[in-house]
Design a protein around this ligand. Structure first.
Ligand code: SAM
Length: 279
């Protein structure tokens, strides 16, 4: 697995190459429904009855974290994130003693006691070497504990190859090559199976391609603005950002053409890995 750029905004943990890039919860939530579904599909495979401790690593703006408390009302659910903007939004979902949020880099997470459920949804593609990190998290599980991870598997999709090509082109490489999306940011599903089983967990690994039905003008551009495009634009001044965005938008329109009914289809592959420590 190769290195990639990090997304945190520097509020916790070590600075990354894009440490000044803040997450934008409002922009991220524009596609809240589409983003919630993989979280639901992931956590549906966790067969924990009544866990006491549930941790959501890279919790983001907290709504999905809070949903875990509805499923397991007896648990203390803790969300950890390095983004001050995401944590500020998450504060609205806090319920003292039931749903709490903490600033932290997931790479440094080390609980005082074994944990019953660890979830990390759409986070680890930002973390280089996360296979080793997952092995460490598996070691923190209580007997019968669960680890559930989902990462995007779309690093070879046009959204990413087009942006990678632009970032590495002669026009832009001196400014943004470092933010080009990395084709090796995640493992293939079998790789995650090995990570979980090597850590002593019973593993359940799968992939799904969701076909998101988007509406409006340049909806794929709107989608990537809150994710893979964000660290690229953060390295440019306003004029250069507008120029790169215009070229990228045109290429996205060609790759994801609007259909006659006005919708645009965005196929989005995701990889799921769920493991359980034997009791
Ligand atoms: C795509 S969002 C996903 C948020 C949430 N898990 C969800 O499913 O909606 C990625 C989140 O991971 C956080 N993140 C990325 N790298 C992190 C790190 N090393 N430590 C802590 N949080 C991190 C970001 O701040 C961001 O909130």
């Amino acid at each position: 697995m190769a290195t990639t750029t990090g997304p945190d905004d520097g509020s916790a943990g070590a600075p990354s190459p894009t440490s000044s890039v803040a997450w934008d919860p409002a922009r991220y939530l524009r596609f809240a429904g589409e983003r919630a579904r993989p979280f639901a599909d992931l956590t549906a495979r966790i067969d924990a009855g009544a866990p006491s401790t549930v941790v959501d690593l890279g919790c983001g703006e907290g709504a999905l974290t809070a949903s875990l408390s509805h499923r397991w009302p007896g648990a203390l659910v803790t969300g950890v994130d390095s983004s001050a903007t995401m944590l500020a939004a998450a504060a609205a979902h806090a319920v003292p003693g039931r749903v709490e949020f903490a600033a932290g880099n997931v790479e440094d997470w080390a609980p005082d006691d074994p944990v019953d459920v660890v979830v990390s949804n759409a986070v680890l593609h930002w973390v280089p070497g996360h296979d080793r990190l997952m092995a460490g998290w598996a070691a923190q599980l209580a007997p019968g504990g669960w680890l559930a991870v989902q990462v995007p598997g779309n690093f070879r999709a046009p959204t990413h190859t087009l942006l990678r090509g632009l970032c590495r082109s002669s026009r832009w490489s001196t400014q943004v090559a470092a933010a080009a999306p990395d084709v090796d940011a995640v493992l293939d599903p079998a790789g995650y199976y090995d990570v979980l089983t090597d850590a002593g967990l019973a593993a359940d690994v799968w992939e799904t391609t969701y076909v998101h039905v988007l509406t409006g003008d340049d909806p794929v551009l709107a989608w990537v603005r809150s994710t893979v495009l964000r660290p690229v634009l953060a390295m440019l001044d306003e004029d250069d950002a507008a120029e790169l965005t215009a070229v990228y938008a045109a290429a996205l329109r060609e790759a994801y053409p609007p259909r006659s009914d006005g919708t645009t289809l965005l196929p989005f592959r995701r990889i799921f890995a769920v493991g359980c420590r034997p009791s």
